[in-house]
Design a protein around this ligand. Structure first.
Ligand SMILES: Nc1nc2c(ncn2[C@@H]2O[C@H](COP(=O)(O)OP(=O)(O)OP(=O)(O)O)[C@@H](O)[C@H]2O)c(=O)[nH]1
Length: 382
């Protein structure tokens, strides 16, 4: 089957345009995926480049060489920027002009006419490969790296980059790719490889974004939006798991019920906004006092709960005292000066033989009530 090189590049442009449109639509429905708008613009640039490359010989080299390749490099740079944002890293958008700015003078002078096509192919292939490797490294080195979609996209970027490395070497060493299939064999391979890349890459982006959305939905369903600790529902799910484990192992499970003291007064005196800041400040003070396996959740309002697996009451009281001291010892800085926050803590443990979370919470609540009655800013066990 004979394939016309222009048709291949035109088809590549169309496929890339379809991917760009999908990304623009995804962006319009406000998917909580950072960087998606950069990918959309990156795809749009790559599509323009494909259409311009398809006009090689029919239009001026200013368009089919200089503009087509500069726009392609801009598109790849936008993709790199999008990937950086996707993994949660920031960067000045002006960096997207670096690669086109490096290539433009060479394209406009040395490689404008067709006197050194091999040099032009090698030169551009190396820049493209570097941009692709850079983009893959963002995915492999930052953010949540273990996900399937990310690894798939990173692998495709690396393979695509390796293809361009081979292309650069073949072109530089003058390997006779023109024979016996006519003058455009290398270009033909580039077009076909690009076409396959776009298909699988778009699929990878879909998987990657759905994984991110799934994780975000999961986070929203299990986390308190203000403080980002677990919410009450997640606490009950996780504690059920821990209770079952405690029953199997016969080891104690401790629970701390923590309530911020005179919080209504703080709200009334300093405003709700400072009240919110106080809750975040409290969480930031408590988190370093806990182990990885401890479950920390907002139980409601200004009440928090901590489940401590494999912990006896004496140790739980030590942890509670550490939390109390960490909160009281670090006042919240406000525009009107430091505000001291204190907490009262009720401590209880489950019975290893018949663990029951409701009974343990009730027991901790009774202890908390006593801590409040005895003057607040203290930990009391039930
Ligand atoms: N700023 C802010 N306030 C909240 C939030 N959730 C609950 N509150 C407030 O927390 C206050 C709790 O007040 P109370 O239950 O009377 O308890 P308290 O003032 O801390 O008194 P004691 O617990 O007896 O020390 C109420 O004024 C609620 O409006 C929140 O997310 N942000």
């Amino acid at each position: 089957m004979a394939l016309d090189i222009r048709t291949i590049f035109f088809m590549l442009g169309l496929a890339t345009l379809a991917a760009a449109v999908s990304l623009f639509l995804a962006q319009r429905v406000r998917l909580a995926v950072h960087g998606i708008e950069c990918w959309a613009w990156g795809m749009a640039c790559a599509a323009c480049s494909g259409f311009l490359l398809a006009q090689r010989g029919a239009l001026s080299p200013l368009l089919t060489v200089v503009a087509a390749n500069s726009v392609l490099l801009l598109g790849l740079s936008l993709f790199w920027l999008g990937m950086r944002r996707f993994v949660g890293r920031s960067c000045s958008p002006s960096w997207i002009f670096a690669a086109p700015a490096i290539a433009l003078p060479f394209l406009a002078t040395r490689y404008l006419d067709d006197s050194d096509p091999a040099g032009r192919i090698s030169f551009l292939s190396i820049i493209v490969a570097l941009l692709l490797f850079l983009t893959a490294s963002e995915l492999l080195r930052h953010g949540e790296r273990g996900r399937l979609g990310r690894r798939w996209v990173a692998l495709l970027l690396i393979l695509h980059g390796l293809f361009f490395c081979v292309r650069a070497i073949l072109s530089a060493t003058g390997t006779p790719l023109s024979d016996p299939f006519g003058s455009g064999r290398l270009a033909m391979m580039t077009g076909l490889e690009g076409f396959l890349f776009i298909l699988f890459f778009t699929l990878g982006l879909v998987i990657m974004t759905s994984e991110t959305l799934q994780a975000e939905l999961n986070r929203q369903a299990t986390r308190d939006p203000l403080t980002d600790v677990y919410n009450r529902r997640a606490f009950h799910d996780l504690s059920a798991h821990e209770l079952a484990r405690a029953q199997r192992s016969g080891r104690a499970l401790a629970l701390l019920l923590i309530d911020l003291d005179h919080f209504k007064q703080l709200n009334d005196r300093h405003g709700h906004h400072v009240g919110d800041l106080a809750l975040k400040h409290f969480v930031a003070r408590v988190a370093p006092c806990l182990r990885h396996q401890d479950i920390f959740a907002r139980y409601g309002g200004e009440e928090f709960v901590v489940l401590l697996p494999d912990t006896e009451v004496t140790t739980a009281l030590v942890v509670a005292e550490r939390i109390r001291a960490a909160v009281a010892g670090h006042p919240l800085e406000t525009s009107r000066g430091p505000v001291t926050i204190t907490v009262s803590i009720g401590v209880a443990t489950t019975l290893p033989t018949s663990p029951d979370i409701t009974a343990t919470i009730n027991s901790a609540d009774a202890a908390l009530y006593r801590a409040k009655a005895e003057g607040r800013n203290r930990a009391v066990s039930g």
